[in-house]
Write a protein that binds this ligand. Structure first.
Ligand SMILES: [Zn+2]
Length: 132
């Protein structure tokens, strides 16, 4: 099932993620994206993670009135990944460029999915490219 992209945001045509280009490919699913196209906004990235992983993430304080978080944390067996919207930018933990952070996150989730069939099925359904 495809998830709708936030209106007005550039999104991947395969997995509907906000565009974060990693070497010319979507950081989530590895579909080639326009290398000259804009990257997604920080809020779109955080909102997408919140929509995609509702039972894996911990939410920080939501953005009043919009029902969107500005702070999400994904807990994996090999570590945690936190994304916060800060002054229009993304504050990421671990500190990496956004596309590399997503790549690392998907790799960690892929590893968890090797022993969690439900998580594996969900990642595949979302169209994300499993790394393990
Ligand atoms: Zn994609």
């Amino acid at each position: 099932m495809k998830r709708p992209a936030a209106p007005g945001e550039p999104h991947c045509r395969t997995c509907r993620a906000p565009i974060l280009s990693l070497g010319g490919a979507c950081a989530f699913c590895r579909t080639p994206v326009d290398p000259a196209g804009p990257d997604a906004t920080p809020l779109a990235v955080v909102a997408f993670l919140e929509r995609s992983l509702p039972d894996v993430i911990r939410r920080g304080r939501g953005l009043l009135g919009l029902g969107r978080s500005k702070d999400v944390t994904v807990i994996t067996r090999t570590g945690y990944f936190r994304a916060r919207v800060r002054a229009g930018g993304l504050a990421l933990d671990p500190t990496l460029p956004p596309a590399e952070w997503v790549d690392r996150l998907v790799a960690a989730l892929s590893l968890d999915a090797t022993t969690d069939p439900d998580l594996r099925a969900r990642l595949l359904r979302m169209g994300w490219a499993l790394r393990a």
